[in-house]
Ligand binder design. Structure first.
Ligand code: ING
Length: 319
């Protein structure tokens, strides 16, 4: 099956929805010319990554969210995808009819119908502004996802979704693999610099691939990881989009930090091969010994790693 990642360069406040739609349709056409059946777009693909700055004005904040699905804001993308019979995954800021706010991702199948929706579980960063060159305010602008890690039958395989920071947590991939996912689609917006941990700035690209290669290998998954790169509203973000095999090998890699399609003809049988023995969950896993993984976090963790650098008076122990 030929799948693709539609990496995007910066999407800034100066870009109109029409301009962004045009860019996304151009990526879709390129992917279509290569016979792609599934194309994955980044996290918050059609808007700037607004958690990078403090937004006091509620109207401005809500202008970045879509009601229920992203189909209205970038309608040309979904119309053209259905015409071409290509399934699309896209990240977006979701506002529900009840007014709840999530960092979400949706799979629109080859007919243009919503086949799966996911709401980001692992929100990194902080609930309060920090003394830093850019913010990480996802805990301020989004609720923790309430849909778990759903997996859906799609064509002759099973597909799950994750978003950005989720890819750094082993539980994400394990939950999806335990639900018999074979392909996991992960959009991300990842700054080159991590203000509260400058020591790792030279390792950002390495950690990006390490996380997805480990997740793919340890769970016999195909992972499609796709970034929004370049300097966006003053924050430089990595690209590094990849398609990773259940062997952990990178089979396709973006070479720019701009709009770029990468594709691979993936062998879905590779999933079963690795799950038949090396990662045969039924035969080898011992859940009776794993209780701590789903138990509440030991409170000593917070004491051990209380964060430095929080603004005075903030109760923020995010990390
Ligand atoms: N961004 C970053 C990510 O997980 C981050 C935040 C970067 C956390 C580096 C820790 C280290 O890639 C999002 N949007 O989650």
């Amino acid at each position: 099956m030929i799948v693709g990642a539609a990496q995007m360069g910066p999407v800034e406040r100066r870009h109109t929805a029409d301009e962004v739609s045009e860019r996304m349709v151009a990526l879709l056409e390129k992917a279509s010319a290569r016979g792609v059946e599934l194309l994955v777009f980044p996290e918050l693909a059609s808007v700037p990554f607004f958690p990078h700055w403090v937004i006091e004005d509620r109207e401005e904040l809500l202008s970045y969210y879509d009601l229920d699905t992203p189909f209205a804001r970038v309608a040309p993308l979904f119309t053209r995808a259905a015409e071409l019979g290509i399934a699309v995954v896209m990240g977006y800021a979701e506002r529900t009819n009840e007014g709840r706010l999530f960092n979400s991702s949706v799979l629109a199948d080859e007919h243009g119908d919503v086949a799966l929706k996911y709401r980001k579980v692992h929100l990194p960063g902080f609930g309060e502004p920090q003394r830093a060159e850019h913010q990480l305010l996802e805990k301020r602008y989004f609720e923790v996802g309430d849909l778990g890690f759903p997996v859906v039958d799609w064509k002759r395989t099973r597909l799950g979704l994750a978003i950005c920071n989720d890819r750094r947590w082993a539980e994400t991939y394990r939950m999806l693999a335990l639900a018999r996912a074979e392909i996991v689609c992960i959009g991300y917006n990842t700054p080159v610099k991590t203000p509260h941990l400058p020591e790792i700035d030279t390792l950002t690209e390495f950690h990006n691939h390490l996380s997805m290669q480990a997740g793919a290998y340890q769970n016999s998954l195909w992972v499609i990881g796709v970034g929004k790169g370049g300097v966006e509203e003053g924050v430089e973000q990595i690209g590094g989009s990849v398609i990773v095999a259940p062997s952990g090998e990178i089979v396709a890699l973006a070479s720019s930090r701009d709009d770029e399609v990468i594709t691979a003809d993936i062998d879905l049988d590779m999933v079963k091969k690795y799950r038949r023995d090396v990662f045969n969950f039924a035969h080898h896993r011992r859940p009776e010994h794993y209780g701590a993984i789903t138990a509440p976090v030991d409170p000593r963790w917070s004491d051990d790693v209380r964060r430095v650098g929080a603004l005075p008076g903030s109760d923020d122990d995010g990390a």
